[in-house]
Design a protein around this ligand. Structure first.
Ligand SMILES: [Zn+2]
Length: 295
């Protein structure tokens, strides 16, 4: 990849909310299409850059009612056209996932989740199962991908809008796989992640390094919006032991972060979690939470 191409990809990232990893995946045909959301309509400029890579962007034929403009990007006209006129339908709920290139095992697992959940009972980012909770592959960590929160209930709409306004930073856009995996050990998702890492290594080594730094952190998740990363690890007894807290998106309660930052350990139990400092319990928070232990 030459310097000019790298610059163009960087511009897609800086000005159009296209993550570098997604741009690389599209350019190298690892992924057939992408859905992005932009605050403003700069589609002409976007298409000028995309044309350099034989890619095109187009708006859905029926625009969404949100302030953010949705665009699809693809190389293939047939795929782009189908995405543009796509309407969610009950007969083939997995079609959009297929068009975006997600593995069928993950699409099917997502459909099952949809059937179980009502819109107001999200979060769904945490609906991912792992057979081996101690070895959640960091390559499959999709929790920092904002797209996984696009379909949300009215209750959380305002918070999501706030979330989108925040700076476009790798700490909240670190992901290799662009979809919710069927499990944290999904073979097809791992294959995609490995291939993408390989493609990123040469042109964007620093970006990849920074992304992996965030991907490998243990996560304490309360819901789709409130979660923290930690410089620490989950110990054998299932507790989190940490030095510092990384506030990823500014949506976690400030007072609670303060309390957590003063401690050095967290234990999660059904319906609540406890904060420890030097082995002594210093707080009990009556909120349901869960750990994600990425390694
Ligand atoms: Zn899968």
């Amino acid at each position: 990849m030459n310097e000019r191409d790298k610059e163009l990809i960087q511009r897609l990232h800086d000005n159009f909310n296209v993550c570098i990893q997604d741009a690389i995946a599209l350019i190298h045909n690892l992924k057939p299409s992408l859905r992005i959301s932009m605050g403003t309509d700069k589609s002409r400029e976007l298409n000028e850059i995309l044309a350099q890579f034989n890619l095109k962007a187009a708006e859905p034929k029926t625009p969404s009612d949100s302030a953010d403009k949705i665009f699809f990007i693809a190389k293939d006209d047939a795929i782009l056209n189908e995405l543009r006129s796509f309407k969610p339908n009950l007969e083939n709920p997995g079609r959009i996932g297929e068009l975006l290139g997600y593995p069928s095992c993950c699409v099917n697992s997502w459909i099952r989740t949809q059937k179980r959940e009502t819109e107001e009972s999200f979060p769904r980012v945490s609906k991912c199962a792992s057979n081996d909770i101690d070895r959640m592959d960091h390559q499959l960590n999709f929790l920092l991908h904002t797209g996984s929160r696009l379909k949300i209930g009215t209750r959380t709409k305002k918070r999501f809008d706030e979330f989108l306004k925040q700076p476009f930073h790798p700490s909240r856009l670190s992901y290799l796989i662009p979809h919710i995996p069927c499990s944290f050990s999904c073979r097809h998702s791992k294959k995609y992640a490995r291939a993408l890492k390989h493609l990123l290594e040469r042109p964007f080594p620093e970006y990849l390094k920074q992304m992996e730094y965030f991907l490998k952190k243990p996560v304490l998740l309360i819901n789709d919006f409130e979660f923290l990363l930690f410089n620490g690890k989950i110990t054998n007894n299932g507790r989190l032991s940490y030095d510092t807290v990384i506030d990823v998106n500014n949506l976690f309660k400030k007072g609670l972060i303060g309390k957590i930052a003063k401690g050095d350990g967290i234990a999660v139990s059904p319906g609540y979690f406890e904060i420890y400092d030097n082995g002594r319990r210093v707080g009990k928070i009556n909120t349901k939470a869960e750990f994600f232990n990425f390694v």
